[in-house]
Design a binder for this molecule. Structure first.
Ligand code: ATP
Ligand code: MG
Length: 575
């Protein structure tokens, strides 16, 4: 068991007590049970970290089980996507990959057992009638006229339902519990419904499909799960979970509910996103603004940062909204350690260094990561013409502006001191170029006379620069607690500036080798990664080996900004 975890959440406290009392023979067995009807999101990551994490801490095991009992919505592609995302997060189910659909025969047998025991009956009310008979939280329900069908008739009807003799919606199998139960879930819940649908794994074998409540507890039981961890919305279903397992007198896991992960400025509902994707407002389930694991991966989030977030959020019974500041902090902290530094200019302004030889190129040694000496250094080409960030120059700078202005001197990161001598403008008065002189004695960031230069700016050699496109992402929702169901116009919740695409950026030539999955810090600007899906989002496939790759006028590499930097300016000035 991990020693460093001083705070024990309530789930680990329950397990501690079970280990001590020997409730499950000192065993811990958990499962992550996604339904293959969509892609995993950051909320699922919390459940994955908890289930796999708890199993590991107690020397137990965690299964991956696809909870597939909705033939219309499920798909093998989702199965593969979910497996890929869990592996990416760093968890391994080894040979324990299960499907609820593999248990259909067993579940069917259990349903017959309940019928034979008088614990289930076939109801022939319509869905509307059933809703009507169900009552409300304040009024008890009424018994269906079919509730007291003789046992044999129930068995025969259920078998004929499976044999395909009845159309969808004509009959259901219900548990016989109590139509007056204060918990509506316990008012004779439906266990099976008829669906003449093709299932992605069982094909056309079944005409009846078990409901979630029936499938889930029995799948847990079949797999010998000890602690069945799920989100709070299943609290009302727990009495049913227990009822089914008790009636069948089978091995009985314990269901424990915890609060779902809820992130500020985020919506996790698939229903909300589907139309946005279909209309092209978002590029897909892996759009880097999506809270899906595939979106976060494409955005540049590392598995470590997501696991750290889940860990810091912790496990509790009470709902709480996690501030974005926490996830921002965690991803920055993680990338700060691992991301090599590079220079890139997003809004280039050309600078000609008039006293620098036109035919000369020098190679400046640059530190790859000041946080990690082991990451070494690289050489960055320097020449007479360079690009700097347009906003690092002001024609009429205020006193506190320490960057470039007419007659002012600034330090080029890993380069020389330059002083602005001329501002070149076009006919409309736009600044198109700066002329500067450099001090040949200032290479390496200081001069023999020790004169003070307050500002340091980044740059890229014009002759060597690679053209690049950069996508700047901001949060998708302006509202910290967006609730799509509660507003008239759901689109009004969206932040109109969630994506800005900047073309013709200039980056260090070394970035021609950048590949997806590696994060870079563009000095002073933020963390960036190569977009893993350039082909779909920006036209034709990009051949990184082609000679024109990244040349002026070409798209070149496409970078996604994972997150902006904070306080960088202050930091660079100290150095
Ligand atoms: P659906 O609405 O389609 O059921 P879902 O998000 O509940 O979507 P599931 O595939 O049923 O998707 O979820 C798999 C597991 O992940 C469940 O055990 C569920 O409790 C858990 N889970 C889902 N959302 C969250 C969340 N926000 N925080 C923590 N766990 C979650
Ligand atoms: Mg669910």
């Amino acid at each position: 068991m991990s020693e460093e975890k001083q705070y024990r959440d309530f789930i680990r406290e329950i397990i501690d007590a079970d280990m001590e009392s020997g409730k499950f023979g000192g065993k811990v067995m958990t499962r992550f049970p996604p339904e293959p009807n969509g892609y995993l999101h950051i909320g699922h990551a919390k459940s994955i970290c908890l289930n796999f994490g708890v199993a590991e801490e107690y020397g137990g095991l965690c299964n991956l089980r696809f909870d597939d009992s909705n033939p219309e919505k499920e798909d093998a592609n989702y199965v593969e996507g979910i497996k890929r995302d869990i592996k990416w997060l760093g968890f391994d189910w080894e040979d324990r990959l299960y499907f609820a659909s593999d248990y259909y025969d067993q579940l069917y047998g259990y349903a017959l057992q309940l019928i034979d025991q008088g614990d289930a009956y076939v109801d022939s009310l319509t869905w509307d009638e059933m809703r009507d008979y169900r009552g409300t939280p304040t009024e008890p329900g009424r018994d269906s006229p079919y509730r007291d069908r003789p046992g044999d008739e129930n068995r025969e009807l259920f078998q004929r339902m499976q044999a395909g003799e009845f159309p969808d919606g004509t009959h259901v199998l219900r548990a016989r519990i109590d139509m007056g139960h204060p918990n509506l879930t316990m008012r004779d819940p439906v266990l099976y419904r008829i669906r003449h649908a093709h299932h992605y794994r069982t094909g056309d074998k079944w005409c009846v499909y078990p409901m979630y409540d029936f499938t889930h507890c029995l799948s847990d039981s079949i797999e010998g799960i000890t602690h069945s961890l799920c989100t709070l919305e299943f609290e009302n279903n727990r009495p049913l979970y227990d009822w089914i397992l008790d009636r069948l007198d089978v091995y009985h896991p314990q269901q424990i509910e915890f609060a779902p992960l809820v992130l500020a400025h985020t919506v996790l509902s698939k229903r909300f996103y589907r139309p946005l994707i279909e209309e092209g407002v978002l590029s897909g389930w892996d759009d880097p603004r999506m809270p899906t694991l595939s979106g976060l991966r494409r955005r540049g989030y590392t598995p470590d940062s997501i696991r750290t977030l889940c860990d810091r959020v912790g496990v509790a019974k009470n709902h709480n909204l996690i501030d974005m500041a926490l996830s921002d902090f965690i991803i920055r902290e993680d990338l700060n350690k691992r991301a090599p530094r590079v220079m890139g200019v997003l809004d280039p302004l050309k600078v000609v260094i008039t006293n620098y030889p036109a035919d000369q190129t020098e190679h400046m040694e640059a530190v790859n990561n000041p946080e990690d000496e082991g990451m070494g250094t690289r050489e960055v080409p320097f020449s007479r013409e360079i690009y700097i960030e347009r906003n690092d120059f002001m024609e009429d700078p205020p006193r506190k502006f320490f960057r470039l202005g007419p007659g002012r001197e600034v330090r080029l990161r890993y380069g020389y001191y330059i002083t602005c001598t001329d501002v070149i403008k076009d006919d409309q008065g736009n600044i198109v170029e700066l002329h500067c002189t450099y001090d040949p004695e200032s290479r390496g960031g200081s001069t023999p006379d020790g004169r003070r230069v307050r500002g340091t700016i980044h740059w890229v050699s014009a002759a060597h620069a690679l053209n690049a496109t950069v996508r700047l992402y901001d949060r998708l929702f302006s509202d910290p607690d967006p609730r799509p169901g509660e507003v008239d116009d759901e689109r009004s919740l969206l932040n109109p500036d969630s994506l800005k695409t900047v073309t013709d950026c200039k980056v260090e030539p070394g970035l021609a080798e950048a590949v997806p999955g590696v994060n870079y810090q563009f000095e002073r600007l933020g963390y960036f990664c190569i977009d893993a899906d350039e082909t779909q989002s920006d036209g034709p496939a990009i051949d990184r080996a082609a000679p024109e790759y990244g040349q002026t006028g070409q798209t070149g590499p496409v970078f996604n900004r994972t997150i902006a930097l904070r306080d960088t300016w202050a930091k660079i000035q100290k150095k």
